[in-house]
Design a binder for this molecule. Structure first.
Ligand code: DQA
Length: 156
């Protein structure tokens, strides 16, 4: 029996659609298209597929997680500023019961104090912060390792 390819949800929060032109001194010149290609490449190389979604709206991000919760193996999310403000997104991550890896391009801990707190971190598997574009690849590997370990243990 062949198992279906695990599906990773790649979720981008507010203002990340402007990557490439937004504050390049902090975020570099990488675009969302570049990041999505990186993530798809890393996932495909391990037999997984990716569904990407970006929104500037809190409720749309939450709806996306809800809608795909039964078919996804896990989530890589850069929640942008909602990381620091959204109890609703934090509750959605907890509610969907999927492994979630939080990513930030910049090192949020080296920036303004309000960026030091992540409301979603306690309900995520882990956080990759400050590694720029490469952080997404790291997040995919961590997520797929986690899924493989969990599914392997469940099969034994
Ligand atoms: C960010 C960091 C957040 O503080 C900020 O609001 C963003 C981008 C990052 O990727 O470094 O929008 O998530």
């Amino acid at each position: 029996m062949t198992l279906p390819a695990p599906l990773i949800l790649l979720v981008h929060g507010p203002n990340l659609n402007l990557l490439g032109e937004r504050n390049p001194a902090v975020y570099g010149t990488t675009t969302l298209v570049d990041i999505e290609a990186d993530v798809a490449g890393a996932a495909n190389a391990r037999g997984a597929t990716v569904l990407a979604f970006q929104s500037n709206h809190e409720g749309a991000l939450i709806d996306f997680l809800h809608q795909h919760r039964k078919i996804a193996a896990g989530v890589v999310i850069n929640a942008g500023a909602y990381t620091h403000t959204s109890v609703a997104l934090r509750d959605a991550i907890e509610a969907v019961q999927l492994p979630v890896v939080e990513v930030h391009l910049s090192n949020t801990h080296a920036r303004e104090a309000f960026r030091h707190v992540s409301l979603i971190a306690p309900v995520c598997l882990g956080q990759v912060t400050g590694l720029g574009r490469a952080g997404y690849g790291v997040a995919v590997q961590l997520l797929l390792d986690h899924v493989a370990t969990r599914d392997g243990a469940a099969a034994r």
